[in-house]
Design a protein around this ligand. Sequence first.
Ligand SMILES: *Cc1c(COP(=O)(O)O)cnc(C)c1O
Length: 811
Amino acid sequence: MLTLEKETFKKAYENKYKNLHGQEINEGSNSQKYEALGSLIKDYVIRIWMNTNKNYNITGEKQVYYFSMEFLLGRLLGDVLLNLGIMDVCRDALADFNIDLRELEELEQDQGLGNGGLGRLAACFLDSMASLNIAGNGCGIRYKYGFFEQKIIDGKQVEVSDNWLKEGNVWERKKINKAEIVKFGGEVKVQELNGNLTFTHVNYEPILAVPYDTPIVGYENDVANTLRLWSAETVYNDFDYSSFNRGELLKAIEYKNSVESISQILYPEDSFYEGKILRLKQQYFFVSAGIQSIIRHFKKYGGNIKLLDEKIAVHINDTHPTLAIPELMRILMDDEELSWEEAWRITTNSISYTNHTILAEALEKWPIEMFTKLLPRIYMIVKEINRVYCEKLNAKYEGQSDKINRMAILADGQVKMANLAVVGSHSVNGVAKLHTEILKKEEMKDLYYLYPNKFNNKTNGITHRRWLLKSNQELASLLMETIGDSFIKHPTDLIYFEKYAKEKGVQEELNRVKIKNKQRLAKRVFNKTGIVMNIDSIFDVHVKRIHAYKRQTLNCLRIMHLYNQLKANPSLDINPRTFIFAGKAAPGYYLAKNVIELINCIADTVNNDPRVNQKLNVIFLENYKVSLAEDIIPATDLSEQISTTTKEASGTSNMKFMMNGAVTIATLDGANIEIKDEVGEENIVIFGMTAIEVLNYLQNGGYSSIGIYNENKRVNRVVGDLINGTYHKDKDRFKSIYDNLITYNDEFFVLKDFDAYLAAQDKVDMLYRDMHNWQKICGINVAHSGIFSSDRTIQQYATGIWGSELIYKNL
Ligand SMILES: *Cc1c(COP(=O)(O)O)cnc(C)c1O
């Protein structure tokens, strides 16, 4: 652990500042001060980083490689300071220079290389692996432009590109000497040599994959692991522009652009499959570079390739990196000259796969024609994997061609990535108990019967270091005052807080902490938007990607209902509420964008109606991202987790909210079920359809939203309000939402759950009236949140899937 005196730190900072900027500290701008701080902290980290790598090479412990198309890290400075154990020293030292650490932290661009939950999970996992002394590496793409920046203009989402690297990135280090070549296109020449077939890839287009490494610092344990992100470049050094005639020059520039486009943009569709060739290129690009560099590193330190699976584990986050399977096969056979059988044993032993969704529209499948042109050798291998596998299927399920077709990797002219991922790995896990059960019994039931031992559950988690210690320092202090600090290394020790949560004095403290966090959020919102938030109202928060299955629409209809009630009776006896929304819609997802506009129109209407605006306010905060989540979540009273049951695989913001002392209103979906099991029914507000009811409707039909619309007066009224001009003078403005509910029979059962949701909200209103009881519930939620630390999740992956040696040297 780093020990650092304030005076030493001050001197180091001053030196760093002067060397970097050639002036005195007080003459500089805040961004210069941030740059100097980041650069200094990175110097400290680099020593730990070098040591960690040295140690790994000496101990030769098993290396875990977490492959993910997305890493949603957010800002790093605060987390690095916290994990180094120098947050306080740094804050105090800077204060002596009249610098506010928090102000500098805000200057860091969010590293937004992900869409939402899946990418944030990868980031939490990196933090937990480093903190648990697991030799865990991240592997992904260094997108030049991260997730788009969302602006709200006239109530509508407008997308602006996120040029996050514009001012540089102090945390990354380019490693040009570790670049790899990735090959696209061309043909495969098959030759016979001494009775063996050899495969030579010719006429391909080479792309240079250049790694940028970022250290991932563990919590006070002298570990810094590596996140390696790949960037695409041309293999040729800078063009000699003078030697080109005009036509050649233009072609050369075009070529350069087309190469660099591979790591240019993050696809903004979440839980949605985009069949674009560039996306397939991205997938193979980082997977091939990643696997090649793993093998190169392994061999450099004298590893015996036949023991590879004892020394490395490759985990694929959803199907996006599934080509790791044929890529590893290719290298083991074509370069290392192992037999098919040996290569297959090593590959399947090394690779494990996490499934993240059962939404049909998210299932990845590539047209064979596109696939084989882009990746001819990889296609040959996939075809052979499929042939061997289908032989087995044919023997087992003779004559059941539908079933075999469903289970095959190649079928209907497509490469089915989920099937390949299951067949080519030794472990398939879901991300919450219900989700895993649905995988086994419904979505992947054929594969489950074939490989029952591969399937397992690993309920998601979040790092309590970022989401509690760093982003809710007030609450963390209260916890340390009451139960000590053992929960930092053993998050389930939070349970000791349960008895304190029952004390009136502590409940008042919890209330004070919440108010402070609400004030801080309100101040930020005011500074950014000029909107004044009512601190005395319930902060009722619905923040996540905008998606039909997450049912922002249900919340909207409920607010519209409340508005009608309040208009009819302005003295209605309810707690004032502020409904807070945030989230991005995929740019091509019309319905989701329409929902954003609806929320903003509702906000416009109710906030400006003096009959109701003392009790009812609505606000949409633009550009939801990790740093904004860190501001909102500690200030939340009520957490909205109202997805259609069975559709949200796990959810992770549900865990962040409970850990920060919010009450949850939820359907029995994803990890909400496990949250309920932990805190008990009296400490969460549950409503809505059960999984069995939903699955029953989906399989047998029988649901009629029009029936509900015709019979239920309250539903009839609010659905009618969507198209009668109440919220927009153009009555057709929200027609797509209306059609979705009525014309297309409400795929996500919004109307079906409407009454139950209203009743649950009434219950929330009753509970909130007793501050002490409410805070008791909040406190019990905090006390039971430890199990949802990603440290627990990662320990389960490590022991149950990766076979890492857990060294609890600092635990
Ligand atoms: C945690 C998190 C998510 C995931 O939220 P869900 O409600 O679980 O979908 C998405 N985006 C950001 C920025 C997050 O921090």
